[in-house]
Design a protein around this ligand. Structure first.
Ligand code: NAD
Ligand code: DAU
Length: 348
């Protein structure tokens, strides 16, 4: 039995996680606290909004008074902390927004949990959702393990690394029961189209250029978002307190090969002549401090808890494209207004 505070549940990963917990565990109560920034969207949760074990609160994780009030009102036994500023490019233009939410917001949540739980820590859990970017950038060889030294290189990854350190500090100093997982690049439905895959799907649909930073040789390890939240479920219930688990897709792609695969599949699905979408590929100025390669060794999670990714990439990408093609209204909503200003500043 749990009453869980999920933060950032209206975002990409948070919405998949909230849906999984609300539907799979009807005896749990899930409270979703989300500020509804440009990245948060209640449409992502429309199908479960009416569930009696789900409750939404609009609010900011840096608001300690609100957090204390929510802990008092709901008596949370667990926190799954997904809320964050999550886009590397935005962290380059506005680093302080990332420090505020990712560092100060995480510290406020930890403090609220500590205040509320006091010495009664049995059956309590603070689960922090983090990223492989805290480990820095790999060369052509090697994988990130849980023992890899932190070496964040963007304001985003530095803010996530800081938040990981703060979580561990509360574990060691105050005995707060914590778990952390660090995952690689997610993709799937409800992914905001500022990130590479949904941005390219949207641009292919609209016959717009596909911006590839630098030479397109950077490598990412892609995982289907439902596999990620399944791993979170496993770690939440069976992972060891105080431990960190890496989650990855074992699925490395250079950006250019990935975008070519997207183009190939979309030509087929849109009944366009072979090679049509690939003509949209446009090399643009590289991202500042662009990390070359991320790749995860997820063997701890596999060996300890038996989790492995379930979906092959071709199938995952195919499902993802189908979802975007079937949900043009969602895409139109999230790309109206502010998105246009962001896009113009970033790419035009
Ligand atoms: P997202 O940007 O899609 O969603 C973030 C959510 O947090 C949004 O709903 C937003 O409204 C909310 N939020 C932002 N600031 C807030 C604040 N101050 N108070 C309350 N809510 C706030 O992010 P995502 O891609 O779903 O990532 C979720 C988490 O997973 C993040 O912590 C991210 O670092 C981590 N992560 C993401 C990936 C990935 O590939 N997307 C991979 C590994 C880890
Ligand atoms: O590794 C996990 C991380 O993955 C998460 O922690 C982040 O929240 C998430 O945003 C993601 O970060 P990336 O920077 O890897 O994702 P993004 O989709 O922004 O970029 C993927 C790669 O594609 C990266 O090498 C940059 C490149 N890229 C991106 C965009 C948006 C382009 O070439 N062109 C683009 O327009």
């Amino acid at each position: 039995m749990h009453t869980i505070l999920v933060t950032g549940g209206a975002g990409f990963i948070g919405s998949h996680l909230t849906r999984l917990f609300v539907t799979k565990y009807p005896v749990y109560k899930v409270v979703n606290l989300d500020k509804l920034t440009y990245a948060g969207n209640l449409e992502n949760l429309r199908d479960i909004a009416h569930y009696s074990n789900y409750h939404f609160v609009k609010g900011d994780i840096t608001d300690l008074d609100l957090l204390r009030q929510l802990f008092k009102e709901h008596g949370f036994t667990a926190v799954i902390h997904c809320a964050a500023e999550s886009h590397v490019d935005r962290s380059i233009t506005d680093p302080l927004a990332f420090v505020r939410t990712n560092v100060l917001g995480t510290a406020a949540l930890l403090q609220a949990a500590r205040d509320s739980w006091g010495g009664e820590l049995e059956n309590k859990l603070f689960y922090h959702i983090s990223t492989d970017e805290v480990y820095g950038s790999l060369g052509k060889e090697g994988l990130f393990t849980e023992k890899t030294a932190y070496d964040p290189r963007s304001p985003y990854s530095a803010s996530k690394a800081s938040s990981d350190h703060m979580v561990r500090a509360f574990y060691h100093t105050y005995g707060l029961p914590v778990k952390i997982s660090n995952c690689s690049n997610n993709y799937g439905p409800f992914h905001f189209p500022e990130k590479l895959i949904p941005l390219c799907i949207n641009n292919i649909i609209n016959n717009k250029p596909l911006p590839i930073y630098g030479k397109g040789e950077n490598v990412r390890d892609w995982i289907y978002v439902e596999d990620h939240v399944r791993a979170i479920d496993t770690i939440f219930h069976a992972g060891r307190v105080g431990e960190t688990y890496n989650i990855g897709g074992h699925n490395e792609w250079t950006n250019i090969d990935l975008v070519k695969e997207l183009c190939r599949q979309m030509d087929e699905k849109l009944s366009r002549e072979k090679g049509t979408s690939a003509k949209l590929i446009t090399y643009v100025k590289d991202r500042a401090g662009h990390d070359l390669r991320y790749a995860i060794d997820a063997s701890k999670l596999k060996n300890e808890l038996g989790w492995v990714p379930s979906l092959q990439f071709e199938e995952g990408i195919s499902r993802t494209i189908d979802w975007y093609l079937a949900n043009s209204e969602w895409l139109a909503h999230v790309t109206s207004g502010d998105y246009q200003n962001y896009y113009a500043k970033q790419y035009l």
